[in-house]
Design a protein around this ligand. Sequence first.
Ligand SMILES: [Fe+2]
Ligand SMILES: [Fe+2]
Length: 218
Amino acid sequence: MARSDQEFRRYSAVDRAIAHLDHALNNIFCRQQSRRPYPADDQPEGITGAGARAAAAGMMRVNHAGEMAAQALYQGQSLTARDPELRRRLMQASEEESDHLNWCRRRLDELDAAPSRLDPFWYVGSLAIGIAAGIAGDRWNLGFLAETEHQVVRHLDDHLQRLPPEDARSRAIVEQMRQDELGHAELAESLGAARLPGPIRRLMQITSKIMTTTAERI
Ligand SMILES: [Fe+2]
Ligand SMILES: [Fe+2]
């Protein structure tokens, strides 16, 4: 018996929900592929001291948690974005975030360090925030994206100051990520991002501060 249009729509909505759940579980529990070369490949391993190694590992753990959150934000935002072209661009940018996730994880492995145990928590929280940003409308969604990426660029600048000078491998990764995040901010602005109100921007800064200080230790 032929299905009605409504039945088909309902079926495809379930399909989409399963695909998104699969994407989320894959992000949380599986290693992501990188489509680009590993930026650290040409750099020597310069870290020898235990203190420098622990400091670098703490920062790369924070960056890994941040990239986990970025995956979830993009996924949430693309779920609720209204314009199909915007959804496509968001998914495209999220592929670069997958590269970042892969690179941070590889660097943690090299430093014999584990990712934050709270990564699933960052993922679920960020997914909810991304969905909310999308519901607010495309201009606000883009505004949220642009502000997030600008804050990430400042955060990565801070890491470039604080990483051990001899850690050329982590530096190469962070520098490439910084360049990509700036590109994501500029993309959002070129697509018509609204400027977020000051209190929202400050709330975002506080939230990311809680995440970064926690992820460095746990
Ligand atoms: Fe990223
Ligand atoms: Fe980004």
